[in-house]
Ligand binder design. Structure first.
Ligand code: AMP
Length: 271
């Protein structure tokens, strides 16, 4: 596993390869990341993982400051997996060397879910993914369905511009069904227990949707119940179609999307 600390060493090291799988991350490596890496390792000749906490996608300075960072530990886990050929650890200037501001604007119809609640977040994500794709030029990029809206928007943008394919990977959960997330490192044991209970409740909500005539008023009620029972703040609880992310009136081809704050930590999930 070769660690690439700047673009010069990256260009040199990647030149011989034309079947690259790329797994972009912000570090805090967990089993979710490792499942993306496994898939890349199976489908591509070489796998490159990036670790870059992109300041431009944080709409909240405190959130950026508290985001878990532990490069040493991350490198240890990645090395141990034996599935990673290159780790790219760019500096800010490696990514944003041209000062030219890129103009990314979301379509009005895409300003939903997290895009509605985290102003400029996806503009920052799409911008950095454009830049990383240009620098690395991978054949395939592996992204998690846990961040479904991110996968949906990045795939739409990148596949229009580059030959790269953006491949979805299933959400990996811990033994209590809580989706692995770097932000879980910010939660204490009792919060993780609540997160597991919320998952259980979401599962039963999804199951019960089938019999409901008015899904949106049913979900409104469920949202209130979740808020009161677990003392959480909920940004959204919505059933949406996975092809176009429009509000859905049926369980078919749809997922239940949630974003909520547990002890000031923002968590998202979909099932
Ligand atoms: P992050 O480091 O949080 O930016 O995530 C890097 C990539 O890992 C993104 O494509 C995420 O969707 C994916 N990912 C994060 N958590 C999970 C998970 N629990 N299961 C599968 N993929 C995940």
């Amino acid at each position: 596993m070769k660690v690439l600390l700047n673009n010069t060493s990256l260009f040199e090291s990647l030149r011989p390869f034309n079947d690259l799988g790329f797994v972009p991350t912000m570090g805090g490596i967990h089993n979710g990341h490792l499942s993306l890496i496994n898939k890349s390792n199976k489908l591509c000749e070489k796998t490159i993982v990036s670790i870059f906490v992109n300041p431009k996608q944080f709409n909240n300075k405190k959130d950026l400051r508290s985001y878990p960072r532990n490069i040493k530990k991350d490198l240890k886990i990645l090395k141990k997996s034996k599935k990673v050929d290159f780790v790219y650890l760019p500096k800010f200037k490696d990514i944003y060397k041209d000062k030219k501001k890129s103009k990314i604007t979301l379509l009005k119809k895409d300003i939903i879910l997290c895009a509605k609640f985290r102003k400029d977040h996806f503009e920052g994500v799409i911008d950095v993914m454009n830049k990383l794709t240009k620098i690395i030029n991978p054949q395939k990029i592996f992204m998690g369905e846990k961040d479904f809206q991110q996968f949906y928007l990045v795939k739409k943008q990148l596949e229009r511009k580059y030959k790269t394919m953006v491949i979805p990977c299933k959400t990996i959960r811990d033994s209590n069904n809580v989706a692995f997330s770097s932000r879980n490192l910010l939660l204490n044991k009792s919060s993780l227990i609540i997160a597991a209970k919320i998952y259980k409740k979401l599962l039963s909500i999804k199951k019960n949707i089938k019999n409901k005539k008015n899904i949106s008023s049913f979900l409104k009620l469920q949202k209130k119940e979740l808020k009161n029972n677990y003392k959480i703040k909920i940004d959204y609880l919505e059933l949406r179609n996975i092809k176009n992310l429009k509000i859905s009136g049926t369980k078919k081809n749809s997922r239940l999307f949630i974003a909520y704050y547990l002890n000031n930590v923002r968590l998202i999930d979909n099932l």
